[in-house]
Design a protein around this ligand. Structure first.
Ligand SMILES: NC(=O)c1ccc[n+]([C@@H]2O[C@H](COP(=O)([O-])OP(=O)(O)OC[C@H]3O[C@@H](n4cnc5c(N)ncnc54)[C@H](O)[C@@H]3O)[C@@H](O)[C@H]2O)c1
Length: 330
């Protein structure tokens, strides 16, 4: 039985609490949040006690922590959890600075605690099945990858200001997915971006519309498109083309009813947003973490995966700012 404490009882902390309560080999012991009302609401919803962050980090009846607080707090919590030898499940991004992620990795390796970076999209059953078939050689040598992510609406500008920008906040999931299916590390990135959706995002120094091209040492090409706008639900698609064929995951729709009439065929909208689209993935990633920690194996994706995606996001941000391709550090 893995006894878990949750740090951060906001949007994603509650998703993880709900997952833990569905896993028989895991037990949610307590939640903590800097906001008393968020902590109390979480504790009430999940029927567990509220403790302080420090109490959870040092508790003798807790084996693992889920770090689901705002990104800027992850660094200190990773250090404190490592020091008290708790297994760590940490939300992405680990930190907004690659340099600080490297410091976290040193600390994690020094203490030897299990660490998982929560790139949940790897655990989506559709994406995971596609990836397995790529790895099994069904489409031969991977040549091109296309990833589309469009959010239904932009977040408030207050969120944008602390997010590190679209490439580090939103595209980081797609950059990890690119690494997951490409079969080799991207060596170069070229990024473009515009402000077409919300002028306040541009005023905050960020973009809301962007594309990148990643290239690998063997010439594989990956194209990623992001937008903070989609009028038809959460648009999330993945396509991998290889020497023997193509594999594709289309949007998951709200329902499978299709109507036909004089005007043509009509289907439902895409699912509203990531909480609905990746519901199964959030549960699967937590099951993987619990299985890995209780069986003594290494959870993946790990902190190095967090760092690699972060480095590509950093290079993409530089590329967008400077208007030139940027090599990705080895
Ligand atoms: N993997 C995903 O799909 C996904 C989705 C959303 C968010 N995230 C990540 O999860 C993290 C949290 O995002 P969110 O959307 O849940 O944010 P949120 O604002 O809804 O929740 C964060 C919570 O952390 C609490 N908090 C902040 N600082 C704290 C501190 N020092 N001590 C204790 N509690 C503190 C806040 O009070 C808040 O309740 C971010 O790193 C974000 O990038 C990941």
């Amino acid at each position: 039985m893995l006894r878990i404490g949750i740090l951060g009882c906001g949007r994603i902390g509650q998703v993880h609490a709900s997952s833990i309560q569905q896993i028989s080999r895991a037990k949610l012991i307590a939640v903590a949040d800097a906001s008393v009302s968020a902590a109390e609401a979480g504790a009430q919803r999940f029927g567990v006690e509220v403790r302080s962050v420090a109490d959870i980090l040092t508790a003798s009846d807790i084996d693992a922590v889920v770090i689901a607080t705002s990104t800027a707090t992850h660094f200190d919590m990773i250090h404190a959890a490592s020091a008290s030898r708790k297994a760590i499940f940490c939300e992405k991004p680990i930190d907004l600075s690659s340099e600080r992620v490297r410091i976290c990795i040193d600390e994690i390796e020094r203490s030897g605690v299990p660490f998982m970076t929560a790139f949940n999209q790897r655990f989506d059953p559709h994406f995971a099945a596609l990836r397995e078939r790529v790895v099994n050689g069904e489409i031969g040598n991977v040549e091109t990858v296309c990833i589309t992510s469009r959010d239904p609406a932009p977040p408030p500008v207050s969120y944008i200001e602390g997010s590190g920008g679209l490439f580090r906040d939103m595209m980081i999931h797609d950059l990890d997915m690119a690494r997951f299916v490409l079969g080799e590390e991207p060596a170069q990135v070229f990024a473009v971006g515009s402000n077409l959706v919300d002028p306040s995002i541009g005023a905050a120094g960020d973009v809301d519309t962007a594309a990148v091209i990643l290239t690998t040492p063997n010439g594989r090409v990956c194209q990623i498109t992001n937008s903070r706008r989609s009028t038809y639900g959460y648009d999330k698609r993945l396509e991998v083309h290889g020497s023997k064929g193509m594999l594709r995951v289309s949007n998951v729709l709200e329902n499978l009813v299709e109507s036909a009439g004089n005007a043509g065929f009509e289907r439902a909208r895409a699912q509203p947003f990531f909480l609905e689209r990746f519901g199964a993935a959030y549960l699967a990633e937590m099951m993987h973490f619990v299985d890995a920690v209780t069986s003594g194996s290494k959870p993946t994706p790990d902190a190095q995966d967090g760092l690699r995606a972060q480095m590509i996001a950093d290079a993409a941000t530089t590329s967008w700012r400077e208007g030139r391709p940027i090599p990705i550090e080895d």
